[in-house]
Design a binder for this molecule. Structure first.
Ligand code: F6R
Length: 257
């Protein structure tokens, strides 16, 4: 595992945007694994600005998102499809047919999840997987007890996750869908490169647990210790509970003046 610590949230998000940008600049047919959530909004903002300043075409790229809510909400403005359109896809030249999210509104969950896995493989696998982390230690929506071999499937969201995501649903956790489709931990471990971004003091405790604590299905992100090429990108706030020994091993992004 590589650890990068940025002086602040903006620098951490900018670094992630650079990783995405460079991946697409080097490989016009890159396959990207994308995430949603509050943390990623700033990453996509940076990426769109970079693509505007020094244009790179994403017309030949393919994207697969990690997750989508289950049920009719998957067709509304609260869906992750709508989030991705708003924050990223509408600003890019990537055709809609090359952007994929798990179909949360499907009637046949098992078949749809198997098709999603097949589509990832048919695209050649994911070159760069972007990850956030939830308060439960989830990556994608792999809540505690997710097997490290798990695949795309329907999951029940933990109460802490529904509370974390309540803002988009009028501030009330009860309004957040109970279930979602998510790619599995096993699917994430097969990506060629993964990068997890965490910012803010609210992520410090879970980050310390994931990086320095036990590797356990109770903390899905701890599975990333088994990933052959994974980088954790943190701001100083999210890194504040890490031990000195751990911080010695980090690469530091210098502050901007
Ligand atoms: C969403 C996803 C989740 C989020 C995580 C952090 O696609 O994969 O794992 O990345 O819940 O969300 P924020 O950034 O809102 O704290």
């Amino acid at each position: 595992m590589k650890l990068v610590i940025a002086p602040d949230r903006d620098a951490a998000c900018g670094h992630m945007a650079d990783m995405l940008y460079m991946c697409c600049a080097h490989n016009p047919a890159a396959v990207l694994g994308l995430a949603t959530g509050r943390t990623m909004e700033r990453v996509y903002g940076h990426l769109v600005r970079r693509l505007h300043e020094v244009p790179v075409s994403l017309a030949g790229c393919t994207t697969f998102n990690l997750d989508e809510y289950c049920g009719p909400v998957a067709r509304t403005a609260q869906s992750y499809r709508a989030y991705m359109h708003h924050h990223l896809f509408r600003h890019l030249d990537i055709p809609a047919t090359r952007t994929h999210l798990p179909p949360g509104d499907t009637d046949d969950v098992t078949a749809a999840c198997a098709r999603y896995e097949t589509a990832i493989r048919a695209a050649g696998g994911i070159d760069l997987q972007l990850l956030g982390i939830g308060q439960t230690g989830h990556i994608g929506f792999n809540e505690p007890l997710s097997s490290f071999a798990s695949r795309t499937r329907r999951v029940r969201l933990a109460p802490a996750t529904r509370a974390q995501n309540a803002e988009m649903f009028g501030g009330c956790p009860d309004n957040v869908p109970r279930h979602a489709l998510t790619v599995g931990v096993g699917t994430i471990l097969e990506t060629r490169r993964a990068a997890l971004l965490a910012t803010g003091p609210g992520k410090a405790a879970i980050i310390a647990r994931v990086i320095e604590g036990a590797i356990s299905p109770m903390t899905s992100a701890s599975a990333l210790h088994f990933h052959p090429d994974c980088t954790f990108v943190l701001d100083e706030d999210a890194a504040m509970d890490l031990s000195e020994e751990c911080r010695w091993m980090a690469a530091y992004i210098p502050p901007r003046h």
